[in-house]
Each structure stands twice: as C-alpha cells, then as structure tokens.
Design a protein around this ligand. Sequence first.
Ligand SMILES: C[S@@+](CC[C@H](N)C(=O)[O-])C[C@H]1O[C@@H](n2cnc3c(N)ncnc32)[C@H](O)[C@@H]1O
Length: 214
Amino acid sequence: MSNEQVRHPIFAKMYARFAPQMDKVGGAEHREELLAGLTGRVLEVGAGTGLNFKRYPPTVTEVVAIEPEESLRAAALKAALNAPVPVTVIDGVAGSLPVEDGAFDAVVASLMLCSVRDLPKALAEMHRAVRPGGELRFYEHVRSGNRVLGVMQRGLDVVWPHLFGGCHTSRDTAAAIRAAGFEVERIRNFSFRPSPIATLVAPHIIGSARRPAH
Ligand SMILES: C[S@@+](CC[C@H](N)C(=O)[O-])C[C@H]1O[C@@H](n2cnc3c(N)ncnc32)[C@H](O)[C@@H]1O
C-alpha cells in the first residue's frame, strides 16, 4: 500500500490551460521526438491531460496511462477516445505502479519526474515495469549546468513545489535515471523557454535509456 497522495487541483487547472499553449511554441515537436519509433506496449506515468496520446506512432499496440490527479485523469480519459492507438487511463502513483513486473516494452516520463515526491522510488518502479531490454523515454526539465542558475534553482525549490504541483526545478534527472539502473543511450540537452517565468526551468533533457537485457 502506498501513502503517496497527489492532489494539486489548482495547479492541475492551470496546467490543463497552459500546456497546450506550450505545445504551440515548441512543446509539440518535443513530444514527437519523445515518442518517435516506440513499439509494442507502453506505460505512460503521470500522463496529465493526455497531450502525448495523439502522437503515439502506429507501431505502439497499447498505452496504459497512469494519472493520479482526478481532473487531469478526466481530461486524459477524453483524450484517449481520440487517440490513434488504444489507450487505457487508470489511477495510480509513480512510487507504487499498479502494473506487473516487466509488462511493458517502454515507459514514458514526460515532464513529470520533477513532480514525484521520491524520484529514486519512481524510477525503480519504472525499471520494474519495463521488460529487460526495454526502454525509458524521458522529456524533463532539469537542474541547470550554469552555476548561478543552478544555485538559484536550489533556493527556489523551497517554495516552487508548493506553487506548481510538487514540481522541483533543480533535479539532476539524468543522474537519477542512471542510478536507477538504466543505461542512457540517447540524451539531448536543450533550453526551452515558452514563457518568461519558464526561464527558471528552461534547461531540458530528452532521450532514451534502456533497462539492461541481463
Ligand atoms: C507537469 S504535469 C505533466 C503532464 C504530462 N505528462 C505532460 O507531458 O503534459 C506533471 C504530471 O505528473 C503527475 N504526477 C505528479 N506526481 C505524481 C506521482 N507521484 N505519480 C504519478 N504522477 C504524478 C501530475 O498529476 C501531472 O499529471
């Protein structure tokens, strides 16, 4: 049993409104890059309103999407109806995924590893859920390599999570992915600043990591 509760109704409302705007100024292309070439059964964790759903390639046979926040899950259920591949949306949390060991060919983490309370635990669960040899696809904002911005981000993380649904600005997510036992095969660092406030979370990574086959 998990005591990991996710309830950020005000942030959820705000995100549902602004995420499509972010997609219009570059986010959509990042989502395409995130999902390109995926095949088989995919688990998407923290799916939000389901903005990725319409971008899954036809080589994906099924998506199971986990979303703990009630209003976002309701929006995701609607998005699933128009998805080009079968999408099932269920309640659940990253730290205790309601799925069998090794049941998926790939796991997708899209702008959500910043928000989970226990990052190593969430990644350990993703590692468990993907089959040996399967992939973790990630698209995340991360700690800046710039010393000044990095220090600012660490300070900011005292208040930022309270304002933005548990989001942290200063996570070294690539290091955490490696520490969880994934082998990073492809990673692209880039800056994405869809609005002035997003300067603080501009450093992003996108790429693929693999659970070793043995
Ligand atoms: C910034 S939104 C991103 C939503 C979506 N993945 C996207 O790309 O638009 C962060 C998402 O992570 C989800 N989330 C936060 N904590 C979580 C947790 N512990 N387990 C699963 N999902 C979580 C939130 O409910 C929200 O949907």
